[in-house]
Ligand binder design. Structure first.
Ligand SMILES: Nc1ncnc2c1ncn2[C@@H]1O[C@H](COP(=O)(O)OP(=O)(O)O)[C@@H](O)[C@H]1O
Ligand SMILES: [Mg+2]
Length: 250
């Protein structure tokens, strides 16, 4: 077990945003979090990354309680890509190198440079490496922030709507790289995503959030017409095309 979310509760005001959220994640798994806007998806990722502190419950990464780890220890193990990302005066190379920060003691080492170059290559960003972030398209920028999280070499990746702003080719590309990394390095990833068909294509597990709590959690078997209709409030058909499951809104 790589992540154990044990009964967490969170609220910003007096209204609860997360109630009794409980699930576990294993190495080698990619989990999609699904649910309507405002369901609490981003809040859940922020609790896991210790940006927010749950009022109740405990989160373990491997054997350690997140609440007891320092910021740097959390950053060494968890890579996080927020829903909204800043533009800045960094070059692509420097932005990805920043992902190495939790590992750097005094100065950048050869290993840091090697990791950054490998990640840039993986995302096909080498030719953009000296461009400023402000000169990138939305899709390119999105790839850079995901590349930065991978350069961190975390054991858990948290990606909040990573495919927003991307064209179809890049959506598939980014999820393919995340999936590949999860399998190759035997780590885990949690992805918040609105495209059910992409989620079905790349995920091992699915967490359906509704009314601030878990409506369903599991493998492909939870992605039924009934569950999807209950969570999103629209009727759908779940079919297979060339053995690939697809969701069709009716
Ligand atoms: N900083 C905040 N202060 C108060 N309420 C917030 C804050 N951030 C989010 N919320 C509220 O918490 C709920 C869940 O938000 P969020 O986790 O962002 O949902 P999702 O990512 O599923 O769209 C929403 O009702 C949202 O308005
Ligand atoms: Mg969100």
């Amino acid at each position: 077990m790589i992540l154990d979310i044990d009964g967490i509760e969170f609220s910003y005001t007096s209204v609860p945003v997360l109630k009794d959220v409980k699930f576990t994640l294993q190495r080698g798994e990619l989990l999609s979090i699904l649910g309507n806007n405002g369901a609490g998806k981003s809040t859940l990722l922020k609790c896991i990354n210790k940006i927010l502190k749950p009022h109740k419950g405990t989160i373990y990464i491997e054997k350690d309680e997140i609440s007891k780890l320092s910021r740097i220890e959390v950053a060494k193990r968890i890579g996080y890509v927020a829903q909204r990302n800043e533009n800045s005066r960094f070059t692509v190379f420097d932005a990805v190198l920043l992902g190495r920060k939790p590992h750097i003691k005094w100065d950048t080492t050869e290993k840091d440079i090697k990791v950054v170059n490998e990640v840039l290559k993986k995302f096909d960003l080498e030719k953009l490496s000296l461009r400023y972030l402000s000169e990138l398209s939305g899709g390119e920028l999105q790839k850079v922030v995901i590349a930065r999280a991978l350069a961190q070499q975390p054991i858990v990746m948290l990606l909040d709507e990573p495919t927003n702003n991307l064209d179809l080719k890049n959506q598939i590309e980014v999820l393919r790289i995340v999936k590949e990394t999860v399998k190759e390095q035997n780590i885990a990833a949690i992805v918040i995503i609105h495209d059910l068909n992409l989620a079905l294509r790349f995920s091992d597990k699915f967490l359906l959030l509704k009314d601030n709590t878990i409506f369903a959690y599991g493998g492909m078997e939870v992605m039924t017409e009934e569950n999807i209709k209950a969570v999103y409030g629209i009727p759908v058909a779940v079919e297979k095309y060339r053995n690939i499951p697809i969701v069709i809104p009716l």
